[in-house]
Design a protein around this ligand. Structure first.
Ligand code: C2O
Ligand code: CU
Ligand code: CU
Length: 483
């Protein structure tokens, strides 16, 4: 895409570019597609992040070196070196305490994606820990048992820092969850899927196309491993899938069309398991699944893949393998999938005090040489503005309208979990993994998605934004203040 630079009287200005010109409607502009994935030979044993007790944790963000696909690559990491960070674990109701040190050469912070964190602990884009400084994250974790995650959130640098390796799992459990006897220990496996450009190391240098559709890599990493293989036994495993990519979506499936059980979404367990053969996750979204390898003879190899999908002009046309499972041991497994999991109490629509609509389908505005901006309701992020003011404890219905859009937007709200009421246009329905609690909801071009929110008691300013990290950093983020 080369024709999108708008010049105003010879000057290229950011402000005047807010004329929402549509490069797509201007012609050639809609040809950007995601960089294709190059499949690996799946020979590298998958790595598993170390587990750290979140009630008594400490680590630093720092520059590291990781071996990825046999190559030594400059990365960022939390704590251990390599890439990514430890998996923080906590019991629901306990107080997390993390002494965090910034050993990077740039400001950073940590956002607790999905957790009901107090505003000052939530990694607001301008609440930063300067290089060399420390900050203690300390709050009670009230969230349902489930798979949450953490990553940096500095204004206009989230994409860069997350891409270079900063992210980790945050897992909440409870006696109620333990009583379900789901697979535990080495049979409960978090998997973060991220695409990277490995040539030249993890350098983040998006061009105009990347800023428009997202920064895509040709290599798909699982837990930081490129070409990952995992040895498994003939039994049921719990996998916690996290799409931790900047922009790529995955339509998770198993290679032989094998069905699996969906048991959880962004905000923990569903009320009942669902049989499923595909799960489409956008950046930021999670799904907990059970895969039973019990019927497969030792020696069998199968793949977790991303099946092709439609609805987006920039991605979905390619299907590719993500990782390999190899059955290496025959065991007796008495596990029975529970018929019910954990109640998902519906928020009633009649309790809603207000409804708000957001137009996320504006075309890009372009300013500066490659200053692609992605607005919500015509606005881009401003930390000094209060875009929406809501009342703590109150219920509202919000709608994200991508009717006029040409790109996918996974919309994410900080500091809470919501429920999905309705999707119109496009796929026209609520997917099985959208029936539980969610913090990120995908809107394809042509879709409107309605969610219902009960705002938490935590007062203060939070953000909501598109979790395509290039869109987020290009302004597709607004504030809501809970009063
Ligand atoms: Cu994972 Cu503001 O997001
Ligand atoms: Cu978040
Ligand atoms: Cu977006």
């Amino acid at each position: 895409m080369t024709m999108n630079i708008l010049k105003f009287g010879g000057m290229i200005t950011l402000v005047s570019a807010f004329t929402f010109m549509s490069c797509h409607k201007m012609g050639e502009g809609n040809k950007e597609t995601a960089r294709a994935v190059i499949e690996k030979s799946f020979t590298f044993p998958i790595s598993t992040p170390m587990v750290m007790d979140a009630t008594n944790a400490s680590f630093a963000a720092k520059s590291s070196i990781a071996n990825i696909g046999g190559q030594s690559v400059n990365t960022l990491s939390y704590g251990n070196g390599g890439i990514l960070g430890p998996t923080l674990k906590i019991n629901q109701g306990d107080v997390m305490n993390l002494v965090f040190t910034n050993e990077l050469s740039e400001p950073t912070n940590i956002h607790w994606h999905g957790l009901e964190a107090p505003a000052v602990q939530d990694g607001y884009p301008t609440d930063l820990t300067q290089a060399g400084n420390s900050y203690t994250y300390n709050f009670r974790v009230v969230d349902r048992p489930g798979t949450y995650w953490y990553h940096p959130h500095p204004d206009m640098a989230t994409a860069s820092q997350a891409y270079r390796g900063l992210a980790g799992f945050f897992i909440v459990t409870s006696p109620e969850e333990q009583a379900l006897n789901l697979p535990q220990g080495i049979y409960d496996v978090p998997l973060v899927i991220q695409d990277k450009r490995l040539a030249g190391g993890l350098v983040y240098n998006p061009d105009t196309d990347d800023k428009t559709i997202g920064y895509f890599g040709e290599s798909v990493l699982v837990n930081g491993t490129s070409g990952a293989v995992m040895d498994v036994e003939t039994r049921t495993y719990r996998f916690r899938l996290l799409n931790g990519s900047n922009a790529r979506m995955y339509n998770f499936a198993l290679s032989d069309g094998l069905k699996f059980k969906l048991i959880g979404s962004d905000g923990g367990l569903l009320d009942v398991p669902a049989d499923i053969s595909k799960i489409l996750l956008a950046p930021g979204e999670r799904a907990d699944v059970l895969i039973n390898f019990g019927s497969m003879p030792v020696g069998t190899e199968l793949f977790m893949e991303s099946a092709s999908f439609s609805g987006s002009s920039s991605q979905g046309s390619q299907s590719f393998k993500i990782m390999k499972f190899k059955i290496i041991k025959d065991v007796i497994d008495n596990f029975i999938v529970p018929t019910t999991l954990m109640p998902v109490v519906k928020i009633s629509e009649s309790s809603s005090l207000a409804s708000r609509k957001f137009n996320i389908g504006h075309m890009m505005a372009h300013g500066g040489m490659d200053g692609v901006m992605h607005p919500i309701d015509g606005k881009t992020f401003d930390a000094n503005r209060r875009d929406e003011v809501v009342k703590s404890g109150s219920v509202e219905v919000w709608e994200f309208d991508n009717t006029a859009g040409t790109e996918i937007h996974p919309m994410h709200l900080h500091g809470l979990q919501f429920q999905v009421l309705k999707r119109t246009g496009g796929r026209g329905l609520i997917q099985p993994w959208e029936k539980g609690w969610k913090d990120t909801i995908l809107a394809f071009p042509g879709e409107k998605v309605k969610i219902i929110i009960r705002f938490p008691e935590n007062k203060g300013k939070f953000v909501f934004h598109c979790h395509n990290l290039e869109h987020e950093d290009a302004g597709m983020m607004l504030n809501f203040e809970i009063q």
